[in-house]
Each structure stands twice: as C-alpha cells, then as structure tokens.
Design a protein around this ligand. Structure first.
Ligand SMILES: *[C@@H]1O[C@H](CO)[C@@H](O)[C@H](O)[C@H]1NC(C)=O
Ligand SMILES: *[C@@H]1O[C@H](CO)[C@@H](O)[C@H](O)[C@H]1NC(C)=O
Ligand SMILES: *[C@@H]1O[C@H](CO)[C@@H](O)[C@H](O)[C@H]1NC(C)=O
Ligand SMILES: *[C@H]1O[C@H](CO)[C@@H](O)[C@H](O)[C@H]1NC(C)=O
Length: 443
C-alpha cells in the first residue's frame, strides 16, 4: 500500500504536497497497468475516486498551487468555526430560515435552519486561506484563482491544464454546494464573501471529461468518471434502489443510504449528498459517520496490544465477554446521534485481572455498538427497513466486528470478496460512459 506523506507543519494543521501526490498517482497507475499485464492503449476509460473535502487553490495562468492541499482533518479553522457558529448573524440566519421553512415547507430553508459550521467542511478552511494568504486574495481579485478538490486537481494535471471541472458527488461533499438547487451555494458565498467564480464548473458523475495528455501515460486515455470516495463505494456496492444501505469501515465508518430523487433533511445530523448524476437522473444519499474506527485499532496497535490487526478478531473471540471493560471511540468527538465534538476517549471498568485481550475485545465491541447506534438512527430518521446491510472497507474484514454488528442489528451483512469498493464504483461509472456497461449492473 502506497500512501502520500501527511504533513503537519503546525499543531492541528494537516497538509498534502500536491506535487508528490501527482507523482505518486502517475507511478501507481503505471505500475497497476504493468502488473495487470496490459498496455496503456488497451484501456478504454479512466475513472477517478478521491477523498473528499481536501482542497487546494492555484494560479489559473501558471497552474502553480498557492499552498499545499488542506486536508479534511485540518483544524486550523477551529477558532473561526467557533466564532461563526456562535455569532449573532448565524443565529439570525437559523431563526429566519426555520421561520421561512415553517411557511414554505421548502427543504432549502430547513437545511439552512440547521446550518452550523464544522472544520471538516471546506467553507471556513477556505475563508481562513483567503484571510491569511494574500496571493490568493489578490488572484481572486484578478479572476486568476482556481479552486479544486483532489479530483479537480488530478483532472487538471492529467489534461495539462486544459480541463477544469468537478462533478456533483464531489461538489456536494464540500459543504459549499446547495443540493436543493444543484449549484454552488450563493447563500454561503455571500455570507462568507467567497466568490462563486473560483469554483469549477460541475459536470455529471459519468461524463466525458476529456483525455489524458498522451505524454503522461503514452496514450490518450479518456477520463469518463470523477466521483467522491463514499459515493463511489455506494455505486460499487450496487446500492441503486431507494433504501439501499451500506457502511464503509476504514479510518472512520461511513453509513450511506440511497434516498432516491429526494434530498433528505434530517433532524439528527445526517448529511444530504448527491450520490451521482447520470444524464437526467440524480440520486441523493443521506450520510452519517463515526470518525474513529480503523483509527482506534491503529492506536491500539501503536501501543503493542497486538502486532497485526488480523489478530484482533481471534483475541476477542478467545473470551466470552470483555470482563466489564468498555471503550468509547471518540478521538475526534462523537458524531451522530450524539453530536458532541468534545466527547473524550476512555477505557472504563479496568480491573487488576484485565488483559490485553479484554481491552481489544472492548475496542472491537465499541465499533459494533457505534454501528448499531448509526444503523438505528439512520433507519428511523429516513424511515426504512432494509433487508440487509452491505459492508466494505478494511475493517469490514474483521469477523468479530461484523458478526456482532449483524447480531445487534438482526440483519444479514454482505461483504464483497475485495473490500475496495470505491475503485470498483469509479470503474463502473467510467465504463458506463463509454458504453461498456449498458446500464447499471446488478449483483
Ligand atoms: C453551534 O451552535 C449551535 C447553536 O448555537 C450549538 O447548538 C452547537 O452545539 C454549536 N456547534 C459547535 C460545533 O460548536
Ligand atoms: C461526519 O459527521 C459530522 C456530523 O455528525 C460532519 O460534520 C462531518 O463533516 C462528517 N465527516 C466527514 C469526513 O464527512
Ligand atoms: C430477527 O429477524 C428475523 C428474520 O428477519 C425475525 O424473524 C426475528 O423476529 C428478528 N428478531 C428480532 C429480535 O427482532
Ligand atoms: C471531490 O470533492 C471533495 C470534496 O469537495 C474533494 O475533497 C475531492 O478532492 C474532490 N475530488 C476531486 C477529484 O476533485
């Protein structure tokens, strides 16, 4: 597994170098094609699935970035977030919006009435950049600033600067996109004084975005899909029908449910997203997450509670219960349905007879309990009774966690042989655009 080096120049700042990301990306594609034993010219289409809410801005004329990628984990806008969230203006916005919703019943106003900023949304990190990097401010004045998430940046680089675009699933995860109107949010733009003109044009998920410059891979491959990671996983898992539900368990757990052509407005903190837009059809999702899943396991590994995550399921199964030990997985607070950003991580119930196995079992149980909590919240809030749950991501390989989740929810869980569904989803979407798959594939 190849990973881009994560830079932490100051406490709370999390960045990625755009040039190393680009170089690594090109190397990985070349190697994958070589390992598959095929030639570049045999490839019909390329689909990209990328991490969400990580962004960059660059000079339109020279293509030179103004700063590193600002990761979704970056909390430099924490102070700004607190100030905005508590401001009189935001209270007024929420108050007026809920009043307007009362009279109009428009979901647009209901969404605004729950508006509160978090550091994970792009809005305030972008506002921070505008305030602190004068080059960006200047470039915006001269209409010379491009904004992009990782997909947009890779597309721009792949086409040597000739294509500048993003697509709906990605745009909607920025928190700067209005899913009820399917355009960049004029409201947030005015509120935060960030001109909409810096955002890229939004295209369909499965669309002919242009071709890779022949110099890069030695052949001009068509780029026909851009899609954000969770949405790609949803597509890869074939969650095409209303009520289809999946969970991707990686660093965190992401639960997504297909809400069809309806934007779901939630009172519990589920986030509405565009799943994909293909031609006239727009599919919406509602999403909830638990931010510490693989994270918690990695932490335990760093303390030498075990040497490989593969051992944990066996360790947990070696006991009948956790011996009264409980773990709360909240390194980044607890998300829905608790919604407490300050919840602290803890082990409780430790006694002199507690062993490593008890601690590990308590941690795995906590992941299953969070799954149950999210499952209940989502199915009640959206009003569905799914027949099964589809699971993917690295942690879904853990038999103990999956069995306990299945027992708690009383649902069958289906798990694909290969757990990287984001890649498969992007490939399906790319194939769709070049006619390799005539319609969505079932099964
Ligand atoms: C934001 O403000 C609202 C209302 O003032 C409050 O209920 C909520 O907990 C705040 N959220 C954060 C993350 O500070
Ligand atoms: C996780 O959910 C919280 C709300 O519960 C949301 O603010 C946050 O943006 C989500 N995280 C990601 C990475 O989508
Ligand atoms: C679990 O599901 C089965 C089959 O769907 C059902 O017959 C049974 O009553 C359920 N058990 C509980 C405790 O809900
Ligand atoms: C898609 O959007 C997300 C959120 O805005 C962003 O982090 C990601 O980099 C985007 N993908 C691309 C390829 O631009």
């Amino acid at each position: 597994r190849i990973a881009v080096e994560v830079l932490r120049p100051q406490p709370g700042w999390v960045e990625l170098n755009p040039d190393s990301l680009w170089t690594l990306f090109v190397d990985v594609v070349k190697e994958a094609v070589q390992v598959a034993g095929i030639q570049m010219h045999q490839i019909a289409a390329l689909g990209l699935s990328t991490q969400r809410s990580t962004f960059i801005t660059w000079n339109k004329k020279t293509g030179k970035p103004f700063h590193n990628f600002i990761s979704w984990q970056d909390v430099r806008a924490g102070e700004l977030t607190k100030i905005w969230n508590r401001s009189f203006l935001m209270k007024t916005v929420r108050g007026i919006s809920s009043l307007l919703h009362f009279f109009t019943r428009s979901s647009q106003f209901l969404l605004a009435s729950y508006l509160s900023f978090t550091t994970q949304h792009i809005s305030l990190r972008l506002a921070w950049i505008l305030q602190h990097i004068t080059e960006v401010e200047q470039a915006i004045k001269e209409d010379n600033c491009c904004f992009g998430t990782i997909d947009t940046w890779l597309l721009y680089k792949l086409t040597k600067g000739s294509v500048y675009a993003t697509e709906y699933s990605n745009a909607s995860s920025t928190g700067f996109f209005d899913p009820t109107k399917m355009q960049w949010s004029m409201f947030l733009s005015k509120l935060l004084s960030i001109p909409v003109s810096i955002f890229p044009p939004v295209q369909d998920t499965s669309h002919n975005f242009g071709s890779v410059d022949a110099e890069i891979f030695g052949a001009p491959i068509k780029i026909t899909a851009l899609v954000a990671d969770q949405q790609a996983a949803m597509f890869g898992e074939c969650c095409f029908d209303v009520g289809d539900l999946k969970v991707t368990m990686g660093t965190g757990s992401f639960w997504d449910v297909n809400t069809g052509s309806k934007v779901h407005t939630s009172r519990k903190g589920l986030y509405p997203l565009v799943g994909w837009k293909i031609g006239k059809e727009v599919i919406y999702l509602a999403e909830g997450n638990a931010s510490d899943t693989g994270n918690a396991i990695k932490w335990a590994q760093s303390l030498d509670l075990f040497t490989s995550a593969d051992e944990t399921s066996k360790m947990a199964h070696s006991l009948v219960n956790s011996g009264g030990v409980c773990f709360v997985p909240s390194f980044s607070g607890l998300q829905i349905p608790v919604n407490d950003p300050y919840a602290c991580t803890s082990f409780m119930g430790i006694t002199p007879s507690t062993t490593k196995n008890h601690l590990v079992r308590a941690m795995l149980e906590s992941i299953a309990f969070r799954n149950k909590q999210l499952y209940d919240t989502i199915t009640r809030d959206v009003g569905i009774e799914p027949t099964s749950i589809r699971a993917d991501g690295g942690v879904s390989k853990n038999n103990f966690v999956m069995q306990m989740t299945s027992d708690l929810t009383n649902k069958t869980i289906s798990r694909p042989a290969s757990t990287d569904m984001s890649c498969l989803g992007a490939a399906f979407l790319a194939g769709l655009a070049v006619g390799m798959c005539n319609s969505k594939i079932k099964g």
